[in-house]
Write a protein of this length. Structure first.
Lengths: 305, 287
């Protein structure tokens, strides 16, 4: 048990190191960072000066080591566009992104669990078919298109929801729903499948045999066991949800990390891109770690062995 | 007519798979036959015919069945040509991803030991990145050409094959049949190519189909954000983005490309699900 946790932690640290290496190397994909960061038409002398000043003439591993040492101190360099340290710029936008992604996750779970359970309990019924139809559509719809269609309907035609920005809860509804749709579809299918399996277990039959009402069997005995895989999948999907936020934030000009990063990418603001890729990927690693440990704690079968 | 009878039975048994096959078939026909099917040149601008509504509107005309965009380009023709980009990128990227992923999975599963450890850590690493963010950053850096997009999309898909193939190879490697063949003196390369790979193909094909659908969604998102195949080439994602500014006046510019993406992805998913049930129902849990 302790050995498992230690091994899992070591893996996470290793992956974060790899994440830092990839974020670092991103800048070198196009060739000479000096030429990218300096305005076009810079003289050769200028470029040489810049390279020397920022240490681009050192061997790559020396540069990586320096990047790593500074990253540990939260220093990812100064944003080329904003003239400020890039980490605080990103940190200031994290709450907005968190609000959006957490709302989206909760929304997806809140819709998927009852839908999946109903579909499994009434297998082959109209409810089941409808739930599966919703799931299939939800898996195939481009979320940014759904976002635009929602704007057209709820904001432009009916005028009941705001089109952009962050404010009261009405601002969160559409972007969160757009991010939630794909996850909701996936979770509905997952809950249905696991529920069908769990409902065929012996202890469920025992529950029915001793005269429990069906609702008690489903809610008290079957559902908790069916929810364990849900935890893992929601955790694994966190990266996709963040990715969804990147796209959806731009549609709704939601002032989060996603929108900020896209702008940085389009403006070639490399320190910001590096920092935000590193931070978002690290967040995914940490969430996955937590989920893995949570899984051990949730499932007694694993906890004991 | 035994053939017709068989076809009818197939449709009855699995109508969704058949619907999927039909949709995918239509999209392929549209992509291949774009020059014949399009009514006008997809990049021809005609400002006098800008923002014309679809044919069924009072102001619409049969000349532009799905209306025109802000530059007077025919939405229908652009959709048909857009199918080319979506299909080309997703099919090629999924193939490249499959080739790399299957190779990595085979090596990791068959050789085990240190190569397994290293390869699987690379998989973990790749999975840690929000893929669309990685794709965006890399495309922005390398430039958005067709070739680069295929390459970038492949980066977002190979890990899935690697994981599944590794697991299956591990299980196969230790089967008595394979051990017997090894005892007979067969070389590793021969065992892998002749005895392990064929067992993996059904699973790989199912994943490939579902990954094509996912890559189409991601490519259209990239294109929507302005980092797809550069203009004037029509892509579904960018058509959608361009229509955003005319939502109230000319919603059709955004509605149809979105529908095209959704129906295509839906069709591929139907087909993939059907293939999975047909080839290997056990895969249900893994994909």
């Amino acid at each position: 048990m302790r050995a498992y946790i230690a091994a899992r932690l070591a893996t996470a640290v290793l992956v974060v190191l790899g994440v830092s290496l990839v974020s670092f190397l991103l800048t070198f994909l196009t060739g000479d960072p000096a030429e990218i960061m300096l305005p076009p038409g810079a003289t050769a002398e200028h470029i040489a000066q810049f390279r020397a000043a920022w240490g681009y003439d050192d061997p790559l591993f020396v540069q990586y080591w320096r990047f790593l040492r500074r990253a540990v101190h939260g220093d990812f360099g100064v944003s080329l566009r904003h003239g400020q340290s890039s980490l605080p710029l990103i940190a200031a936008r994290l709450p907005a992104t968190l609000q959006l992604t957490v709302t989206a996750m909760l929304l997806a779970i809140a819709l998927a669990v009852p839908l999946g359970v109903l579909a499994a309990a009434r297998r082959g019924s109209a409810v089941d078919l409808a739930a599966m139809g919703v799931a299939l559509l939800g898996q195939s719809v481009p979320n940014f298109w759904l976002a635009i269609m929602m704007i057209l309907l709820f904001a432009v035609s009916w005028g009941i929801l705001p089109t952009a920005g962050r404010g009261g809860w009405t601002h969160v509804v559409m972007p969160a729903a757009a991010i939630a749709i794909n996850l909701m579809a996936l979770l509905t299918r997952l809950v249905r499948t696991t529920m069908i399996e769990v409902l065929a277990e012996d202890y469920v039959r025992t529950g029915r045999g001793k005269g429990l009402r069906e609702i008690a069997v489903v809610a008290r005995h079957a559902l908790p066991n069916a929810l364990i895989p849900l935890v893992t999948v929601v955790g694994l999907q966190f990266g996709y949800i963040l990715g969804g936020a990147v796209v959806i934030e731009t549609v709704f000009t939601w002032p989060g990390v996603g929108l900020f990063t896209i702008q940085a990418i389009l403006n070639r603001d490399y320190p910001v891109v590096q920092a935000s890729v590193f931070i978002l990927a690290t967040a995914v690693v940490v969430i996955n770690l937590i989920v893995d440990l949570l899984y051990v704690w949730l499932d007694p079968r694993i906890r004991v062995s | 007519m035994p053939r017709l009878a068989r076809a009818i039975r197939l449709v009855r048994k699995s109508p969704l798979t058949c619907a999927g096959a039909l949709i995918v078939g239509l999209v392929i026909v549209a992509a291949l036959g774009a020059p014949l099917l399009a009514t006008t040149d997809p990049i021809d601008q005609d400002l006098t015919a800008a923002l014309k509504p679809p044919a069924w509107h009072a102001d619409g005309s049969a000349q532009h069945p799905l209306g025109t965009d802000h530059l007077g380009r025919d939405v229908y023709s652009r959709l048909v040509y857009g199918a080319r980009i979506s299909l080309a990128i997703s099919v090629l990227a999924a193939l490249l991803g499959a080739a790399v992923g299957v190779a990595a999975g085979l090596i990791a599963g068959y050789a085990g030991g240190r190569s397994d450890l290293v390869l699987m850590r690379i998989v973990d690493l790749n999975l840690a990145f929000p893929l669309i963010l990685l794709a965006l950053a890399v495309v922005a850096l390398l430039g958005a050409s067709l070739r680069n997009l295929v390459f970038v999309m492949a980066i977002t898909t190979w890990m899935i094959y690697a994981r599944v193939v590794r697991g299956m190879t591990l299980a196969l490697r230790d089967q008595e049949l394979i051990q017997a063949i090894r005892a007979l003196g067969a070389r590793d390369a021969r065992i892998i190519v002749r005895h392990i790979l064929p067992n993996l193909l059904p699973a790989v094909m199912v994943i490939w189909t579902l990954e094509v659908a996912r890559v189409i969604l991601m490519e259209s998102a990239l294109s929507f954000l302005g980092l797809g195949v550069p203009p004037p080439t029509p892509t579904w994602g960018r058509m959608l983005a361009e229509g955003r500014d005319y939502l109230t006046a000319a919603g059709w510019i955004s509605v149809f490309p979105g529908l095209a993406i959704m129906v295509t992805v839906l069709g591929i998913n139907f087909l993939g699900d059907g293939l999975r049930d047909l080839l290997d129902p056990r895969l249900r849990r893994q994909t």
